[in-house]
Design a protein around this ligand. Structure first.
Ligand SMILES: [Zn+2]
Ligand SMILES: [Zn+2]
Length: 309
């Protein structure tokens, strides 16, 4: 395999240009990205539908077909959570896609690159280089599905990688470029509910589900006991409030703090409350859909079983 021309198994597509640069002949990152015809040299792990992705999907489309979006990008994870008209974007290799924002995205804690130090060693043996895997970048995933080891990302000195502009690959020997200490594995609060969420996020990313956003909203409305056509009666109001209070208490506060940044529990899950009261959040063209993690938390709280693909 020519590692400069191909994506490596399970490699995150947004990490390819940085690896291409690290192994390639050009000294300047801008020169490497110019050679790949990329519009920008920003490579973030969880920026969905960034224009770079679209150029990269085109670049690899002939070789990998639609699997580029599903195996090297978050196609399978995102598809069920998008309003129907936006899912068409995922079916073509088109550069005309407008970036899709997800409500709650910027409240997530882990918007930086993560890696497994055991995978990094094995990848160096097998492919001559460590690289960033898609499966490690999934929101709310903190452990390597292959090795079970906690993922590394943030050093004790608070150094982490957001854009792959200065660091292009998972660091050698897990050594921090800022302070030279060994970067620790994830070891923050992690409970049974978080493990359930982690398994589900991995499954949705790797296998997908045929369920759609409208199914999710319907399920939550039934679970909460409010009808599709909602009125302003006191009874409806009480049911909505009861669901909301239940949802707020569903996860341990320490779990919420691991997932979401400096926000109160209620603020972080506001999107989930809206799943019940505001269908327009999903279906109106200029409204943003909620982040998949917010859906997953709300749906698990409502005992939803995701159908298998
Ligand atoms: Zn691993
Ligand atoms: Zn450090």
């Amino acid at each position: 395999m020519d590692v400069l021309q191909s994506l490596l198994p399970g490699e995150h597509i947004a990490a390819f240009p940085a690896r291409y640069h690290a192994l390639g002949p050009y000294k300047d990152l801008l020169e490497s990205t110019r050679r790949l015809n990329l519009p920008t040299s920003t490579f973030r792990p969880q920026t969905f539908f960034h224009e770079n992705y679209e150029y990269l999907c085109d670049l690899f489309f002939a070789k990998y077909n639609y699997s580029v979006r599903d195996e090297h990008s978050f196609g399978r994870l995102l598809r069920p959570f998008l309003p129907d008209e936006k899912t068409i974007y995922l079916k073509s290799a088109s550069k005309k896609v407008k970036e899709v924002n997800f409500f709650g995205h910027f409240k997530l804690n882990q918007l930086y690159w993560k890696w497994c130090d055991i995978c990094a060693i094995e990848d160096a043996d097998n492919y001559g280089t460590p690289y960033f895997h898609l499966v490690h970048q999934i929101p709310a995933v903190f452990h390597c599905p292959t090795h079970g080891a906690g993922l590394s990302s943030k050093c004790v000195c608070n150094h982490y990688i957001t854009e792959l502009r200065e660091e292009f690959l998972p660091p050698r020997n897990n050594t921090c470029i800022n302070c030279q200490s060994t970067i620790p594995r994830f070891s923050a609060y992690f409970d049974e509910d978080m493990a359930k969420i982690e398994r589900l996020m991995i499954k949705l990313t790797l296998k997908g589900t045929p369920a759609k956003a409208s199914d999710f909203v319907g399920h939550i409305q039934r679970y909460a006991g409010v009808g599709k056509r909602q009125n302003k009666s006191v009874e409806q109001y009480r049911k909505k409030q009861a669901w909301y209070n239940y949802l707020m208490g569903y996860l341990d506060e320490r779990a919420i703090a691991v997932y979401f940044r400096g926000q109160s529990v209620g603020d972080a899950l506001r999107g989930a409350r809206n799943l019940l009261t505001d269908n327009r959040l999903l279906f109106e063209r200029n409204k943003v859909p909620s982040h998949p993690l917010i859906y997953v938390i709300a749906l698990l709280a409502a005992n939803y079983d995701f159908p298998r693909s």
